[in-house]
Design a protein around this ligand. Structure first.
Ligand SMILES: Cc1cc2nc3c(=O)[nH]c(=O)nc-3n(C[C@H](O)[C@H](O)[C@H](O)COP(=O)(O)O)c2cc1C
Length: 310
């Protein structure tokens, strides 16, 4: 249980601003890293592999010397035709943290380790966690119930306890973490990092439109629905966004509705996690990180003050 040495540089709080399709780009990554948390983005947020390389070079040029590390998400699946080309760019540009989704593959892990990088892999259940651990990943991102995007359905306490029993690498907890208190709670549960998506949509630098951010402010946990209807794989979406697109949340099918390709679906119907209920504003990512740090300190002090254990 530890944070890899290469990711400790510049880290002021063990938080990863999670990669989000159509939402995270260079501005968010740079602001997050310069403020002291790990910023990330999916390589597919750039339309081409060359564009992806340009984003990497731009990010590197804008990071301050004491910035935290940054990371990139790759979808490791045959349906991603850009995987090989994007991975080669990641290796050439020595991306410090690679986050793999869907496939945990030994070759990818070896390629990243070859230049001193770190691999974290997304899992939503214990079977996938075991498979990923066998492929040699450095960390597992436990995507629990209520997370934004392709969320899991398992309670975070249950998931972390089962995974910790066999996995000795870094544990990153994902799902509904919105405040510094939540970060403290994740660490108390045994996570090494808190992984925060929805909270970072509501930053000035996130590429989501203003109406998306407003809808998050207006949504609570019961305004989120977990459905395969938008993307084909179960994911969490805002009910208000489904309704705005004329989709009745009460009669959602168990299959993908015809909404065009994946990008069109996510652009049309907006995803957020159940933690939206704790998001009340839009602010610069650097300010958000400052707030998270002070909330985290308050939580730690409050815990010590309240603790009944000697
Ligand atoms: C709009 C949106 C897009 C997402 N896109 C991706 C993605 O492209 N790749 C990925 O690994 N995870 C993606 N996720 C999941 C996040 O990385 C993260 O696991 C999740 O947002 C954490 O839960 P939270 O939103 O409750 O904080 C996405 C989440 C959201 C809300």
């Amino acid at each position: 249980m530890a944070i890899p040495a290469s990711l400790q540089k510049g880290l002021k709080l063990p938080v990863i601003a999670a990669p989000m399709f159509l939402v995270s780009g260079p501005d968010l990554v740079v602001e997050a890293c310069n403020a002291g948390v790990i910023g990330t983005f999916p390589s597919l947020n750039q339309r081409t592999t060359e564009g992806y390389r340009e984003w990497l070079q731009e990010i590197k040029s804008r990071l301050t010397p004491d910035a935290a590390a940054f990371g990139v998400n790759h979808i490791v699946h045959p349906t991603n035709p850009r995987l090989m080309a994007d991975m080669m760019v990641s290796v050439e540009e020595k991306v410090p943290l690679i986050i793999t989704s869907l496939g945990a593959v030994r070759d990818v892990v070896d390629a990243v380790h070859g230049y001193g990088g770190v691999v974290f892999h997304d899992i939503a259940n214990v079977r996938h966690a075991r498979k990923a651990a066998e492929s040699g990943v450095d960390g597992l991102i436990l995507v629990a119930n209520g997370a934004g995007g392709h969320a899991g359905i398992i309670n975070p306490f249950a998931l972390i306890n089962e995974v910790r029993a066999f996995f000795k690498g870094t544990i990153i907890l994902s799902g509904c973490l919105s405040t510094g208190q939540d970060v403290a709670g994740a660490l108390m549960m045994g996570a090494d990092f808190a992984y925060m998506g929805t909270r970072f949509i509501n930053t000035t630098e996130a590429m989501a439109p203003a109406a998306y951010k407003d809808m998050i402010i207006e949504s609570g946990a019961t305004d989120i629905v977990h459905t395969p209807a938008v993307s084909g794989i179960p994911a969490n979406f805002m009910i208000k966004s489904l309704q705005a697109n004329g989709i009745d949340p009460k009669t959602l099918p168990e299959h993908k509705l015809d909404m065009g390709d994946e990008a069109k679906a996510w652009k049309t119907v907006w995803s957020a996690g159940q933690g939206a209920g704790a998001v009340h504003d839009v602010l610069p990512a650097g300010e958000l990180v400052g707030r998270l740090i002070s909330e985290y300190r308050q939580a730690a002090e409050g815990f010590r003050a309240r603790s009944l254990v000697a």
